[in-house]
Design a protein around this ligand. Sequence first.
Ligand SMILES: Cc1ncc(COP(=O)(O)O)c(C=O)c1O
Length: 364
Amino acid sequence: MYYKNELKALKKSGRLRSREIVNNSILDFASNDYLGLSHNKELHNSTCQKLDKLPLHSSKASLLVNGYHQIHKDFETALCKANGFEDGVVLGSGFSANIAMIEALVRKGDILFMDEKYHASGVLATNIRHVEVEFFKHNDMDELKSLFAKFPHAKRKIIAVEGIYSMDGDLVDKEVFEIAEKEDALLIVDEAHSSGVVGDKLMGVFDLYNIDIKPNHIKMGTLGKAYGSFGAYILASEHVIEYLINRAKPIIYATSLSLYDTLLGHKSLEYILDNCEDLKEQIKLRQQIVKDILDVKVDGLIIPILIDDNKKVIEIKDSLLKEGFAIGGIRQPTVERAILRVIARLGQTDDELQELCRKIAKFR
Ligand SMILES: Cc1ncc(COP(=O)(O)O)c(C=O)c1O
């Protein structure tokens, strides 16, 4: 039996994972569908109607080989307009986007300064041979500044942070934008968990902090979370996007984003912009419930609850599942200390969130 010992070791340490088929009758406080758009049939139906009118339904090829369709271009244009960027490109997933950006943008002689809690896809990309990386303590801007002083010889300096961190749910420190400007560094912001959740127009942290978009800014957003679709986009200056299209392997050597996902992502963007005042109210209400019952202040819609025991996390998660609530149980090594990860998504009512928070409060 292949990998027998490895599997045994995982089991012994309480780290063995398995897939479970989603039970759609359970209340969902586990997925990253922050705004509940995955269940919005109007968005789905209008996407299908538009797709029906096209002479084809699949993107067929890479963006560079007859796979770049008008609907990709239209969505990129809309994303640029909503976020204030010059140019953009859509691609298969956030995971691919991180590989694309880090593998292509960090050249020999450059140094990448990455938050230690950056997503696994970005960390994986740092293992590519030519990528020189320095990790800094999570959200520690003083350490980031001291690293710049330590590596003055870098040809190009590139910082990589997340808008809202996927496990801790905290916001990136605003100071990172000033540091990037002062140090003339490229700044990559992975907005997987912040786009659609924070900001005046719900566009993410550039929007929240009211950042004037500059040529050193690069924003990545995913469509599989608040946008209720699948895929990702990178927004940047015209030069950076042109360079990525020419050098980033996940863009060049992969079939372009599916037409359905692109159209649905575009519909979701329009929906978010059209309904942002109401959505912001609903987000605020969820945050207040969590504060009142669990005494946890959250920046977005991710609620991390420290349990610090791999086995106990799974016991609590399973027990809540039996009561009809799906939440995330995140164990080592994904996080340093095991947590319950609750998503206060708008797809469930505020009453349902209150009920869940009261149950969790008892476990704590
Ligand atoms: C911070 C962050 N970046 C990137 C990704 C990958 O995005 P996708 O699911 O679109 O591949 C995730 C997904 O979990 C994430 O949490």
